[in-house]
Design a protein. Structure first.
Length: 293
């Protein structure tokens, strides 16, 4: 082999340290930095890192990557470009003093963009945690005062009824139902009657006096009568599209309170078929109105 050929195969030594990478071969750290920096910038903004500190975060991330590469030069040997980006991103941790300062800073531009009313936001909630705790404490005091007023009012109302007073005691404390029924003289088989005749009305009266919302179960018929007819006609249109005329007739009969016998005569179907149609109709309407049938 000639000296010229040998010399042509000799590559000059690089004056900087190079590292093996899985996506571009041997690269210096400056080349790795230049290769990854555009995507890292985009990822930091995508993950909502504070934009004012992004240059510092990049310096922290690449400095930590350089330190790890010095300790382990084979770190990027089997890594593709996405893996390398993740390594840098994991090392771009926001320092504690920055996180602490961000908790105390609110940018009006961000508030105007996201909430639409920065002034109201600042007036209502930017005073700090002290005012939040104070608000919770005041609300707890108000609730306690309301309960005391309600208990006093009911105690005066039922002063001559021992069963009602024990029911009030049972509702507003943690006493067990057996012990409360025994105090009311309604132990044993009479406990259920006492719970229904005295405890339930007392509980409802307390809820009414406190202005609490008492949920009521509305079935689809009550909603239909109240004027919410949209889901019903959607179900009817669905069965019309399937060309199931019997189900359409059953649905119309349900809203007219038609009996099973009348529906059987009108459709000329066996009774068990009418039962099946009505059951399927109730199920479809229950799902349409999102309530119990």
């Amino acid at each position: 082999m000639s000296n010229t050929k040998i010399r042509s195969q000799i590559k000059p030594l690089r004056h900087e340290c190079v590292f093996k990478t899985g996506w571009a071969g041997d690269l210096s750290f400056a080349e790795i930095h230049a290769n990854l920096i555009p995507n890292i910038n985009r990822l930091l903004r995508y993950y909502r890192r504070p934009e004012g500190y992004i240059p510092d975060l990049l310096q922290i991330g690449f400095t930590r990557l350089w330190t790890d590469l010095i300790d382990n030069p084979e770190l990027l040997t089997n890594a593709n470009r996405g893996d390398a980006l993740r390594m840098v991103l994991d090392r771009c941790q926001v320092p504690y003093f920055i996180r602490k300062s961000l908790k105390r800073e609110v940018y009006l531009d961000d508030l105007a963009t996201r909430s639409g009313d920065p002034d109201m936001f600042i007036i209502e909630g930017f005073e700090g945690r002290y005012y939040k705790d104070h608000s919770e404490f005041s609300r707890a005091v108000d609730v306690r005062l309301d309960f005391e007023q309600v208990i006093l009012q009911l105690a005066e109302k039922y002063m001559d009824s021992h069963e009602h007073l024990i029911a009030l005691y049972y509702v507003t404390t943690t006493v067990k139902p057996d012990d409360a029924a025994s105090l009311a003289g309604r132990e044993g088989t009479r406990k259920n009657w006492w719970l229904t005749a005295f405890v339930k009305p007392i509980r409802e009266e307390i809820a009414q006096l406190l202005g609490m919302f008492v949920p009521t179960r509305l079935n689809w018929k009550k909603k239909f009568i109240a004027g919410d007819e949209g889901p019903f006609w959607q179900v009817v249109d669905t069965y019309k599209g399937r060309q199931q005329s019997n189900m359409v007739e059953v649905l119309c009969g349900l809203v007219e309170h038609e009996s099973c016998k009348s529906m059987q005569k009108r459709l000329n179907k066996p009774m068990h078929t009418i039962f099946m149609y009505r059951r399927n109709a109730h199920e479809a309407l229950r799902k349409a109105y999102n309530c119990s049938a």
